[in-house]
Design a protein around this ligand. Structure first.
Ligand SMILES: Cc1cc2nc3c(=O)[nH]c(=O)nc-3n(C[C@H](O)[C@H](O)[C@H](O)COP(=O)(O)O)c2cc1C
Length: 411
């Protein structure tokens, strides 16, 4: 479950003590809570209570050392803001654009992109005062979710409107306000993406690799992250990484990649594998100098003055062929990539067919060396299922969308 971030603000009302119950309920229900209080609120509830309940320091001073930008940063941080209890004084200041403390400054830094709830609590006369009523109307018109008050016995001895809404009901309002966000944050699937090139080492500093940059794979990863997929990004050295919040794991040579894939697929339930890495088809078998075998270790450097050096390569196995069989999830959706150097589309299609036969992939993305721009940007992708070409994409961004549509169909 993803944690939602609540900015819980308290102003000076006798009902402030009720916030302790509500904050505790939020924390127990896995919300991350930061509190901001007015100076008056501290007359009614202690910092120790709030810090103890939330596990976070209490913000109160706009000009606190090293926290000068709290009035902006806390607003950016929050998924939802609540002011409970909202005093008459603070409500009237907010509606007039006054920003003389952290609570009111934060309100001016609020750009209506997330829910802002206020739960008024005051004596009936203060509540019914035209200033307060007008302010509440103004706040409503600005998109603030003004919660109703209860009617009943008030601290001042009166009976009437203005009593703080029951904290359990306030909790329900918070949940309702977050509902659309909660739904949109539900993880749609767990995806493993391989990206970039392997490096087959000749000695400690030289290696055989290829032109893969990870540009396509990182674009796909970012699109999936933006659309609420969990992404594990297994990437080569110096490969482009997603901007979003993926789990990034680096691989080196073919063997290292193979080991890491095996352990990941055996331990984690992935819904989708996108095998976009350019995995070496060959690895170094032996190196000879004028017919004599050289023992080049990973830590050594082959002498640069040698006369005649021969590097023998041996084929690697096809990692893509084992992905489905070693996967914990036997229904994993596998996207394989075929990078073709062939000019003739029909021969590329034959390669795609062969890849389907031995990999059992669900989809294959065909791309061609001739559609590479500036040596690092791949264009023109063709997506096949086992029967036919199903769709094309002009660039990596469009490919990411197409892949996500296919994933949605399959999960
Ligand atoms: C015992 C006591 C109880 C109070 N209760 C409330 C209240 O429930 N609601 C309210 O709006 N003001 C109440 N006040 C008045 C506010 O605390 C006062 O207007 C204060 O300036 C509000 O500051 P703030 O809005 O910056 O938190 C109370 C004052 C006292 C002394």
């Amino acid at each position: 479950m993803l944690k939602f971030k609540i900015l819980f603000q308290i102003s000076g009302s006798i009902a402030a003590y009720k916030s302790a119950y509500l904050i505790s309920k939020l924390v127990q229900n896995n919300f991350d809570v930061q509190t901001v209080v007015t100076n008056s609120a501290l007359q009614f509830i202690g910092k120790a209570t709030l810090e103890g309940l939330t596990g976070n320091p209490v913000f109160t001073d706009t000009f606190e050392d090293s926290k000068m930008m709290s009035h902006i940063n806390l607003m950016k941080w929050a998924d939802l803001i609540i002011l409970s209890p909202a005093s008459a004084n603070t409500i009237n200041k907010m509606a007039n654009g006054i920003a003389d403390n952290l609570v009111t400054s934060l309100f001016l830094a609020y750009n209506r992109d997330k829910p802002y709830l206020i739960a008024p609590a005051m004596n009936t006369t203060m509540f019914k005062h035209p200033a307060t009523q007008r302010s509440l109307q103004i706040l409503k018109s600005w998109g603030v979710n003004v919660l109703p008050t209860d009617s009943g016995y008030l601290a001042c001895g009166d009976n009437g409107e203005g009593k703080l809404l029951d904290p359990d009901k306030i909790y329900e309002h918070i949940i309702n306000a977050l509902k659309s966000k909660m739904n949109s944050k539900v993880i749609k699937g767990n995806v493993l993406i391989t990206a970039g090139a392997t490096r087959e080492y000749i000695d400690g500093i030289r290696f055989i690799s290829n032109i893969s940059t990870g540009k396509t794979a990182s674009t796909i990863a970012d699109y999936l992250l933006d659309n609420n997929y969990k992404v594990t990004y297994l990437h080569g050295v110096n490969t482009m990484k997603p901007n979003g919040d993926s789990t990034n794991i680096e691989f080196g040579n073919f063997n290292n990649l193979k080991e890491q894939i095996q352990s990941l697929l055996a331990s984690t339930q992935f819904d989708v594998i996108i095998n976009a890495a350019a995995i070496s088809d060959y690895t170094v078998d032996e190196i000879k100098e004028s017919g004599t075998k050289l023992l080049a270790s990973q830590n050594a450097k082959i002498d640069s003055g040698l006369e005649h050096l021969t590097i023998n390569l041996k084929p690697t196995s096809k990692i893509v062929d084992m992905l489905k069989s070693i996967s914990l999830n036997k229904n994993v959706i596998l996207f394989a990539f075929k990078f073709s150097g062939d000019d003739i589309f029909d021969s590329s299609i034959k390669q795609v067919q062969q890849l389907f036969n031995h990999s059992n992939a669900d989809y294959i993305v065909l791309n061609n060396l001739h559609d590479r721009r500036d040596n690092d940007t791949q264009t023109n992708f063709h997506i096949f299922d086992k029967l036919k070409l199903i769709t094309n994409a002009v660039d990596a961004a469009q490919l990411a969308e197409r892949i996500e549509q296919l994933i949605k169909k399959g999960i």
